[in-house]
Design a binder for this molecule. Structure first.
Ligand code: MD3
Ligand code: FE
Length: 203
C-alpha cells in the first residue's frame, strides 16, 4: 500500500520487503570496501549513527563542514560503486511515487544501534531541490520525526518498519526531519540494528 505522509511525501509500506536479503547483501559488499564509521559534525560532536556511502558521491561531515565527496577519506579511494539492485530499487520507488527517471549519484547508508538518533535537520547539501530523495528502512523499527519548514514546527511521529520506502519531493523536500533514539530489539536480518539507505541526486 501507499499513503501520503503529507503533500509530496509518499510512504510505500513494504516496497523493499521482497528484496530485503538482496539489498542487505549489497550493503555487506559496500561495507567490506568502505566500513561504517561515526563521523564528526562541524561543531565537534561525534554522530551516534555510523555511516558509509556508495555511488559516485558520498555525504560526509567533519570539522570542515558537511559536503559530498567522491573519495572516502578513510581509505583514500573512491566510494564503492552503487550496486545495481540498489540503483534499480531507488528508481522503481521514485517512479511509483510519480518521479520518472530518478538516477541517484549518492547513496548514504546509515546504521543505528540502540540509542542512536538523528536530531531534526534539513537535507540541503544537494544542488537541485527539485530532485526527490528516496529512503529505505531495514531491520529494527524507528520513530521518524517529521517536522515542517521551520525548526520550531511541531513534528509528527511515524513508525518506519523493515521494508518501508519513503519518497520525498516537492514541498516535502526541505522539511525538518529526524529519528528518535532507537529502541533495543532484535531482527532476524540485521544483527540488532536499523539500516537506512538514502538515495539522492547530489550534483
Ligand atoms: C524528509 N536519514 O540521512 S531517512 C539523512 O532514517 C536522514 O536515517 C534518516 O535524515 C534515517 O539525512 C531519515 C528519511 C528522510 C530522508 C531525507 C529527507 C526524510 C526526509 C529529506 C527531506 C525530508
Ligand atoms: Fe536527512
Amino acid at each position: 500500500g501507499s499513503e501520503a505522509l503529507c503533500a509530496d511525501a509518499v510512504l510505500l509500506r513494504g516496497f523493499a520487503s521482497a528484496e530485503d536479503k538482496a539489498v542487505l547483501d549489497a550493503v555487506k559488499r559496500v561495507v567490506a570496501d568502505a566500513p561504517f564509521r561515526r563521523m564528526t559534525t562541524p561543531g565537534g560532536f561525534r554522530m551516534s549513527v555510523a555511516m558509509t556511502n556508495c555511488g559516485p558521491l558520498g555525504w560526509v561531515t567533519d570539522r570542515r563542514g558537511y559536503r559530498y565527496a567522491a573519495v572516502d577519506s578513510d581509505s583514500g579511494k573512491p566510494w564503492p560503486a552503487m550496486p545495481q539492485v540498489l540503483q534499480s530499487l531507488a528508481g522503481r520507488a521514485a517512479e511509483a511515487a510519480g518521479f520518472a527517471d530518478f538516477v541517484p549519484d549518492a547513496c548514504l547508508i546509515n546504521r543505528y544501534e540502540p540509542g542512536a538518533r538523528m536530531s531534526l535537520h534539513q537535507d540541503k547539501d544537494e544542488q537541485d531541490f527539485g530532485q526527490p530523495i528516496v529512503s529505505v528502512s531495514l531491520g529494527l523499527p524507528a520513530v521518524f520525526l517529521f517536522g515542517g519548514l521551520r525548526r520550531e514546527d511541531k513534528a509528527l511521529r511515524v513508525q518506519l518498519l523493515h521494508g518501508d520506502v519513503v519518497v520525498w519531493g516537492g514541498t516535502a523536500r526541505l522539511r525538518y526531519h529526524g529519528i528518535a533514539p532507537l529502541k533495543n530489539g532484535s531482527h532476524p536480518l540485521t544483527d540488532d540494528c536499523r539500516i537506512n539507505l538514502t538515495f539522492r541526486k547530489a550534483a
